[in-house]
Design a protein around this ligand. Structure first.
Ligand code: ADP
Ligand code: MG
Length: 826
């Protein structure tokens, strides 16, 4: 295996050669033995309890040991043996039951046994997650298990990060974790991203990834992947939909469902309750609950980011006495990371979140999950509530149901085996915060504006819910809800009537009729009704303080103008201009084809006017003013009045024809029925397109390959250059890739850990200055230990390992990136 990357080491040739040769031999033997042991597994009948019962490679064993994983969970015991044997898998197990390791271990092991490692091997496994936070978490688990001797290079690609940094490292990656959109972006744009030899595809939270929201991206990704591969899908709410299986070309998948026979679909250590809470009392109840649980770690789910933001801002102002956090999709990536880290690390805090936090996230020791807004379906309920009571720990879930939601939701929950029990709110302990919020909204227009947005998005979200047995828009008291958000009235929402469009149409018609009747009968103007325009409505907006400054300026100007007009206007002017209150009034109508609408009315219109027929113009030109008279002198201007010319094509004899000419009817009939002709034409065109597509793809593939080849050649050249004076050794596992950032880890980093101390005394690693990379979902103490251990190895060059030190490096400043680029260029 040729190791790529930049190394600044010196190592005596002989010792190193020996080491590599020995290692290679050991690996070969290891792999062969493992292959036999895996083939001998009996996943269906065998009972495997501990990780040590499975034929796993030493580095994986080491990784599991260091994380203190010894006994397998049910899903792990069933899924891992099957996955090791290369089966396609549909894995279903409750939330918090250890599904992540069920795919991480097979990924590492299967690639290890295939020796799919090193930059030349290309991408071996792709792990897709629906959210960035979950992708980071999976990547973290992968690193934890993988960094104890595995040689794979692993990467993380998620939105909100530097594309270029990811791009540069992708060519060397063997395992990639990412979100669908970003993976697809790289597949279509990054030349070095080669998935031709992909061995494994994993979808975590598969049902979510396969649903409508990601459909296009996932289908496009699968198009790029080879058909011959192992595919594994995991979720707590796994479906067996045939269409999904077909989309992913699963081959005789094994359905591993460990909790299917259980009485409940949720963890048994989870206590689940619901309270009946009208919309307008939600905030009071939530506030009172938080006040009563200040020593807990609470996760609250809301329907939309706007609601999350409003409740967060409102509660924050009221100083609840517990750290508040908020998380939603519209935040910047940095803020999202910071929030998840803070919530993970905290002992007591309250996180307000949308459903981006509903799936997969493994926040340690969450006490309560409160579903303030009803989830769209039971699957979402199960995932939300699954953020607590993870891995045999205890936890509580409470869902707030409006009276109209109760019956429908309870029926749905029961059907999916989710036990919830009614509890009451202690009225004595309930505080009313409505007047406080109203006061804050009054004081702070931006909060009021947020409240209005929250109201509208909430109502919209109810409106678009599919399950109308649960969500009945007409049964909520929206006025009261608006008041509970501190708003003086319910903001207008278009579809608040059963059919907003129809109502709007009806209103418009009514207005037109009113205007028409004004024209017809009320010419005396006594009952003349003013037609309200978009602009009138705009200036009547309540929230003038939070409008953009330019709108405010406009309004001020408008007022001043009105004042001026009122001061100076005479009765004549008013008569001439009609209604002066209107923002836009018509002074003079200019025909669309006339030159421009400038108000320099040159001279008086000539009475009657002269009619001129222009050649090539369908309409005659009426000369009724001097300006129009002048038109006649300009050929260029007259051109505009003329009709457009026709495009003609000339045949071989020079005869002009129209571009599309009707065919001779007899000839047309002779060719067969129109439908047949159409089909023939479509078929012929399809063949042409298919042919062109094949050719295009071949060209692109060849181009890609050529680029890859050139790049690798260049890299080899650079490497050879960089290692001058050193003994060149293919297995020289010493690697430091200065280009790694915190999201790209190279397992080779610790590859030497299990070596026998051969030749280490001589190894010297010239480390470029590195920043400490803070890992995700890792407590400070863990991080420190880890670093301490690795740092120790760095220092104790002579004692253990081959002195390979690598940490994912943070490249957050421009200088860092430049330095990294300089190092890459040698
Ligand atoms: P899921 O994906 O099923 O929701 P995770 O894979 O996130 O669950 O695991 C939930 C928690 O259980 C994690 O904190 C993980 O560290 C822990 N865990 C998983 N497997 C084991 C195991 N075999 N032994 C101990 N803890 C485990
Ligand atoms: Mg999971």
């Amino acid at each position: 295996m040729v190791a790529s990357g930049i190394s600044g080491r010196t190592r005596p040739a002989k010792v190193k050669k020996q080491t590599s040769a020995q290692k290679r031999k050991r690996d070969d033997v290891d792999v062969e033995k493992l292959e036999q042991a895996v083939a001998a597994l009996d996943p269906k009948n065998g009972s495997y309890k501990d990780f040590s019962d499975l034929p796993l490679s030493d580095p994986t064993k080491q990784g599991l040991k260091s994380s203190h994983f010894a006994v397998m969970t049910d899903i792990q015991a069933k899924a891992i043996p099957l996955a090791l044997q290369g089966h396609d898998i549909l894995g279903a197990a409750k939330t918090g039951s250890g599904k992540t390791l069920s795919f991480i271990i097979p990924v590492l092991e299967n690639l290890y046994r295939l020796q799919h490692v090193g930059p030349d091997a290309g991408m071996g496994a792709l792990i897709i997650s629906p959210t960035r936070e979950l992708a980071i978490q999976i990547f973290d688990v992968l690193c934890k298990i993988g960094r104890h001797g595995h040689m794979f290079a692993a990467g993380l690609v998620i939105g909100g990060k530097s594309l270029e940094a990811e791009r540069q490292a992708l060519g060397r990656m063997n395992i990639l974790v990412g979100t669908p959109g970003r993976i697809l972006q790289h597949l279509s744009q990054t030349v070095a991203f080669n998935v031709d030899d992909l061995k494994m595809l994993v979808l975590d939270e598969a049902d979510r990834i396969l649903d409508m929201g990601f459909q296009r991206d996932v289908d496009a990704i699968v198009e790029y992947l080879p058909k011959e591969r192992q595919t594994m899908l995991f979720s707590a709410t796994q479906s067996r939909r045939v269409s999904d299986l077909a989309r992913l070309s699963l081959q005789e998948p094994e359905y591993v469902s460990v909790h299917a026979e259980d009485k409940t679909a949720t963890p048994i250590t989870l206590q689940q309750n619901y309270i009946i809470c009208p919309l307008e009392e939600k905030l009071d109840t939530l506030w009172s609950f938080i006040q009563a649980s200040k020593k807990s770690k609470i996760l609250c789910f809301f329907t939309s980011g706007k609601v999350v933001k409003f409740v967060f801002e409102a509660f924050r102002h009221m100083q609840p006495g517990i750290p508040l956090l908020h998380l939603h999709g519209k935040q910047k990536q940095g803020a999202r990371l910071e929030t998840t880290a803070k919530f993970s690390a905290s002992k007591c805090s309250c996180l307000f979140a949308t459903d981006i936090a509903a799936r997969g996230l493994d926040f340690p020791a969450v006490d309560f999950v409160i579903q303030v807004d009803c989830p769209e379906d039971v699957d979402t309920y199960i995932h939300r509530v699954g953020r607590t009571a993870r891995y045999n720990r205890e936890g509580r879930g409470v869902i707030f149901l409006a009276p109209s939601e109760e019956e429908g939701m309870l029926r749905r929950l029961e059907a999916k085996k989710v036990p919830v029990e009614l509890i009451n709110v202690r009225q004595k302990k309930k505080q009313s915060i409505q007047s406080q919020i109203a006061h804050m909204c009054f004081q702070d227009p931006s909060l009021k504006y947020l409240g209005q947005k929250a109201f509208v998005t909430y109502v919209k979200s109810i409106y678009i819910q599919k399950d109308k047995e649960i969500f009945k828009l007409m049964e909520y008291d929206l006025e009261a809800y608006a008041a509970s958000l501190g708003l003086p009235g319910a903001p207008k929402v278009r579809f608040l009537t059963e059919d907003g469009k129809l109502k709007k149409q009806a209103q418009r018609q009514a207005r037109e009729v009113a205007v028409a009747s004004e024209d017809d009968g009320d010419l005396d103007g006594v009952s003349k009704k003013k037609v309200r325009t978009k602009y009138d409505r705009m200036f009547e907006k309540q929230n003038q303080d939070v409008l953009a400054p330019h709108v405010r300026r406009l309004m001020r100007d408008d007022d001043e103008d009105n004042a001026r007009t009122n001061n100076h206007s005479t009765g004549d002017q008013t008569a001439a201009n009609g209604d002066d209150d209107d923002f836009l009034t018509v002074k003079r109508r200019v025909a669309a084809d006339s030159d421009d609408a400038s108000d320099d009315e040159v001279g008086a219109p000539t009475a009657g006017g002269r009619v001129v027929h222009l050649q090539g113009a369908s309409q005659p030109l009426i000369i009724d003013s001097n300006r129009r008279e002048k038109l006649l002198k300009s050929k260029k201007k007259l051109l505009k009045l003329k009709d457009k010319g026709k495009k003609l094509v000339f045949d071989d004899e020079g005869n002009p024809h129209e571009v599309y000419e009707l065919a001779n009817e007899a000839d047309f009939k002779a060719k067969g029925l129109p439908e047949d002709q159409r089909q023939q034409f479509v078929q012929a065109e399809r063949e042409v397109v298919q042919q062109a597509d094949v050719e295009d793809k071949a060209v692109v593939k060849a181009r890609k390959k050529e680029k890859m080849r050139k790049r690798k050649e260049r890299e080899r050249g650079e490497k050879a250059g960089g290692e001058e004076g050193e003994e060149d050794d293919e297995d020289g596992g010493v690697e430091f890739d200065g280009n790694q950032d915190d999201l790209l880890a190279n397992f080779r980093a610790d590859a030497g850990d299990d070596d026998d101390g051969d030749g280490d005394a001589e190894v010297e690693v010239e480390q470029p200055k590195k920043k400490k990379a803070k890992k995700w979902f890792q407590s400070d103490s863990e991080g420190d230990d880890d670093d301490g251990e690795r740092g120790g190895k760095k220092r104790r060059k002579g004692k253990k390992g081959r002195g390979v030190v690598e940490e994912p490096q943070m490249l957050d400043t421009l200088e860092d990136m430049e330095a990294a680029a300089a190092r890459l260029l040698g």
